[in-house]
Design a protein around this ligand. Sequence first.
Ligand code: GTP
Ligand code: MG
Length: 364
Amino acid sequence: NDLANMMGVPVTQIIATCMSLGLFVSINQRLDAETIAIVADEFGYEIEFVKPEDEENTELEEPDNPANLVPRAPIVTVMGHVDHGKTSLLDYIRKSNVIAGEAGGITQHIGAYEVTLDDGRKITFLDTPGHEAFTAMRARGAQVTDIAIIVIAADDSVMPQTREAINHAQAAGVPIVFAFTKIDKAGANTDRIREQLSAMNILVEDWGGKYQCQEISGKTGENVDLLLEKVLLEAELLELKADPKKRAVGSVIEASLDKGRGIVTTVLILSGTLRVGSPILAGSHSGKVKALHNERGQKVIEAGPSTPVQILGMSGAPTAGDKFYEMENEVEARQVANKRLQLQREQGLRTQKHITLDEIGRRL
Ligand code: GTP
Ligand code: MG
């Protein structure tokens, strides 16, 4: 009946079509995806399946109020092949830009940091792993990011995960700044890298192309300031803005169970401002913000656009990449979460086949 209404045809015709396929269905019967596609095709329609979560998500986000839009810091994801120097670069940036007295506080490793430069400009960085197994994380990183720094070790070459990172950034329409790292090492040859990139149709600026690139060392810190300037230049062109007055929305970076503190969820706030006490929803889990901590482990009372923040108070651990919402009230948050959990269970039952012990381990 729903399908008939969507296509504007009498429901009897749908039933007749199903019969011709050998299916005897009633008016209220649910059809599986394949049958829906075949039946729709008979009537000249192509079916696009929308995940209920995606549809719901657009409804959960409060729209921006244009009058409240203010500039926000760029979110920059560092991507590249394994061991090419992503984390070293980020560590250097963090260490050289921490306010005196705070340095000792940097103990936690979370994959997101906010850095304030001398002149007060801010950049939010996301680290991603280069290992092959983390394709999904890189893809998600590319989705929340404004600019991608793609790191390539000058003593090595353009490698599989370099290409993959480039593809993710391009697919997401994210501007790329290349960082040729490890220039302090013997055997560093950045022209070889430029050449390999040009073979992929990527011409860097000093070869007359449109892609900015910078030779750096994450070890000595050489030219890292120049790299940041290039990133900020790219950011200026984007004129990034957000509405800090609306209910917070963000993206889950990681979540884990801490024995003493319960579920610790790191989210990157994309718009709005999150405060202690707010009802929240992420994936199929809900809760209420009990405490907020910045990346240095310090308590904060609120987190605005482009800030990474650790949240205590979720009922369960959401998955990295899940959208995160501040809700109007806890009841609604719980209802949506429960509905999603229910759907997941149903789908799990339907697709359950042979589960290995290893997979069970991963689910826990
Ligand atoms: P994954 O997260 O595993 O993908 O690696 P990564 O890209 O984060 O690389 P990481 O920063 O961990 O660096 C890998 C190795 O290269 C480490 O031993 C670093 O000390 C070294 N390294 C990174 N950058 C530089 C650099 O600029 N110069 C030199 N000499 N060594 C570097
Ligand atoms: Mg790393």
